[in-house]
Design a protein around this ligand. Structure first.
Ligand SMILES: [Zn+2]
Length: 57
């Protein structure tokens, strides 16, 4: 009944260009949305998912 944000699936994405890693959220439709950013700060890489169901305390 209560809304629980912890149920949101999270993952980690890594930039293919510079290797920076970011936390991302997995939407109910399965798309991956990096948290707090749109693209990597280097501006050149793709963000690839590297882990599934990464849990954050
Ligand atoms: Zn990058």
């Amino acid at each position: 009944m209560s809304k629980n944000e912890d149920e949101t699936q999270k993952t980690v994405v890594a930039c293919t260009e510079c290797g920076d890693m970011y936390v991302a959220r997995i939407s109910p439709d399965g798309s991956i949305q990096p948290v707090g950013i749109v693209d990597c700060t280097c501006g050149g890489g793709n963000l690839n998912q590297i882990r599934n169901e990464y849990s954050i305390d």
